[in-house]
Design a protein. Structure first.
Lengths: 328, 139
C-alpha cells in the first residue's frame, strides 16, 4: 500500500552530472515508443535517483503498514476475519520484498535501504503514522487505504521502469482480494447494530483526513517536475489520483449511509471535479517529518525486530556468499 | 515500566519496546545473497521467472519462494537459482537480434506459395492438353 505522498527530495544540481545528449535522446525516444527500461540499460542519473527513492519509499510503506494493520490480528472478530487479516498483512510484507528487489536492481543494497528507513533518512507513507484505534479502523484501512493504494499502483504500473512495473502488476493482482475483504468488513459493520455503525462512523471520521493526505500534496504546491512525467516515473498528478478516488468511493461510502466528515464535499456540476475542504497540509508535513502520533512507535518496533533477528541472520550467513543485484 | 511504548497492539506491549530502541546499522551481506525464482502453475507448463528473493542457502531459498511466490492460485513446481550463477547478455549487445537478416527461410510463412504453383501447373497441363489433341485420351 502506498500513496502519492512521495517526496522527491531537494534537487541538487551540483551533484547531477551532465548527461550525454545523444544517449539521453535515445533513452527518451525509447520511453516515447512505450518500451521499458531494464536494469542495465543506460539511464540518466536523475532517473535512477528518483526511482530508487520512490520504490524504496513504497517498500518501506509496505513493511511499516503491516504494523497498524497487524494491531487487530490478536482480537479479530472470529477465525475467518483473523485468517483473512493475517493473509493480508503477510501480503503487505511480501510486497515489500518485491519492491526492495526492484529498487536493488538500480544499485542500492537492501541493507542500505533498511538503514535509511530506521535512521529516519527515508520516508514511508504518512498514513501509517496514525493509530488503528478499533477493529473498525482496521476495516477502513483495508477498504479505503487499499483502494487509494490500488489507484496509485495501477497508475504507476504503466511507468517506464520494467522491474517496478512487474512488481506492481503482481501487487495489484494480490491486492484485489484486500479491497474486497476490506469492503466486506466495512459493510458487515455498517449494516450491523447501532453500536457497530457508530464504530465504523468514528473510524471513518478519524481516517478521512489521512486518506485525503494519502495521494500527496496538491499539485500547486508539490514539486514533481515535468521531467518525471516525460520519463514516465510519475504518470498522474496527486490531484488527479485524489479525484479518481473520490469519484469511485464517495458514492460507495454514501450508499452505506455513512457521513463523510467534510461539510463542503461535493462534485462541481460544471467542472465535474470534487470540491473538498483543505485537509491541513501543515499537519501532513508535520507528521511526515516525524511528529505524528505513531512515528516513534513504528520505527522503534522495526528496530527491535531487526535487532532480535540479527543473530538468526548471522547464524545462517554463508561466508562464501556473493551478492549481486537481483535480475528482477 | 512506563518507559515501554504503550501500544494499541498487545503483541508490541508484550515485546517491551522503548522509544529510544538502539539499532546497529546493517553491514553488507546481512540480508544474504539473491536468488531468482521460477514457478510452474500447472503440470506440463513451462517454469516461468517470477522474481527474486534473498536467502542464505538454496534450501531456504525454496522455503522463502513458497512463501513469496506461492501464496496465490496453484503451484505445481518451483526452482531457485543463485542470481550470481546466471549469465546474461550485456545490454549493449541486445541489438545482435536486430542485425539478423530476414528469416523467412526459417519460418512456415516462407513456404506459403505451394498452392499457387500447383494451380499454375494444373492450368499449364490443361492448356497443353487442349492445344495438342493427340495427348488427350491416348492413355
Amino acid at each position: 500500500m502506498y500513496g502519492g505522498g512521495y517526496i522527491p527530495g531537494s534537487a541538487s544540481p551540483q551533484e547531477t552530472p551532465k548527461e550525454d545528449p545523444e544517449k539521453l535522446a535515445e533513452f527518451e525516444e525509447k520511453i516515447n515508443r512505450g518500451e521499458k527500461i531494464e536494469p542495465h540499460d543506460w539511464m540518466p542519473y536523475e532517473y535512477r535517483r528518483q526511482l530508487i527513492r520512490m520504490i524504496e519509499q513504497h517498500a518501506h510503506s509496505e513493511i511499516i503498514g503491516a504494523l497498524p494493520e497487524g494491531t487487530w490480528i490478536t482480537r479479530a472478530p472470529g477465525f475467518k476475519r483473523k485468517l483473512a487479516l493475517m493473509a493480508k498483512v503477510q501480503d503487505e510484507v511480501g510486497h515489500a520484498q518485491l519492491l526492495y528487489s526492484a529498487a536493488e536492481t538500480l544499485g542500492k543494497s537492501r541493507e542500505q535501504m533498511i538503514n535509511d528507513l530506521l535512521s529516519g533518512k527515508s520516508k514511508y507513507s504518512n498514513v501509517f503514522n496514525y493509530p488503528a484505534k478499533t477493529w473498525a479502523d482496521a476495516a477502513i484501512i483495508a477498504w479505503l487505504v487499499d483502494a487509494g493504494a490500488i489507484i496509485n499502483q495501477t497508475t504507476n504500473s504503466k511507468g517506464s521502469y520494467g522491474p517496478y512495473c512487474r512488481a506492481l502488476e503482481r501487487i495489484c493482482w494480490e491486492e484485489s482480494f484486500h479491497l474486497r475483504y476490506g469492503y466486506d468488513t466495512v459493510v458487515a459493520l455498517a449494516t450491523g447494530t447501532k453500536k457497530q455503525r457508530q464504530m465504523v462512523q468514528d473510524a471513518l471520521n478519524r481516517w478521512w483526513r489521512p486518506i485525503m493526505h494519502f495521494f500527496g500534496p496538491p499539485d500547486k504546491i508539490s514539486v514533481h517536475t515535468e521531467k518525471l512525467v516525460r520519463w514516465k516515473v510519475k504518470l498522474a498528478t496527486n490531484d488527479e489520483m485524489r479525484q479518481q478516488f473520490l469519484n469511485m468511493y464517495v458514492p460507495k461510502i454514501r450508499e452505506l449511509e455513512l457521513e463523510i466528515p467534510d461539510p463542503i464535499l461535493h462534485k462541481d456540476p460544471e467542472t465535474g471535479k470534487w470540491v473538498y475542504s483543505d485537509p491541513d497540509w501543515d499537519e501532513f508535513f508535520r507528521v511526515i517529518n516525524g511528529n505524528g502520533p505513531c512515528n516513534k512507535e513504528r520505527l522503534a518496533v522495526r528496530k527491535k525486530a531487526e535487532m532480535m533477528g540479527q543473530w538468526v541472520r548471522r547464524a545462517l550467513h554463508n561466508p562464501r556468499q556473493q551478492y549481486v543485484t537481483p535480475l528482477a | 515500566m512506563s518507559d515501554f511504548i504503550q501500544s494499541l497492539d498487545p503483541r508490541i506491549v508484550r515485546l517491551q519496546v522503548r522509544e529510544d530502541q538502539p539499532f546497529e546499522p546493517k553491514e553488507a551481506g546481512d540480508q544474504w545473497e539473491t536468488y531468482e525464482v521460477f514457478h510452474q502453475a500447472k503440470t506440463g507448463a513451462r517454469l516461468i521467472h517470477v522474481g527474486s528473493l534473498h536467502a542464505p542457502s538454496p534450501d531456504l531459498a525454496l522455503v522463502f519462494a513458497k512463501e513469496q511466490y506461492g501464496r496465490r492460485s496453484t503451484t505445481t513446481d518451483m526452482w531457485v537459482v543463485r542470481t550470481a550463477d546466471i549469465f546474461t547478455l550485456h545490454r549493449q549487445d541486445i541489438d545482435i537480434f536486430e542485425t539478423a537478416q530476414e528469416k523467412l527461410h526459417r519460418e512456415p510463412q516462407g513456404y506459403m506459395e505451394v498452392r499457387k504453383y500447383i494451380e499454375e501447373f494444373k492450368k499449364r497441363q490443361q492448356q497443353e492438353g487442349t492445344s495438342d489433341g493427340s495427348e488427350a485420351g491416348s492413355h
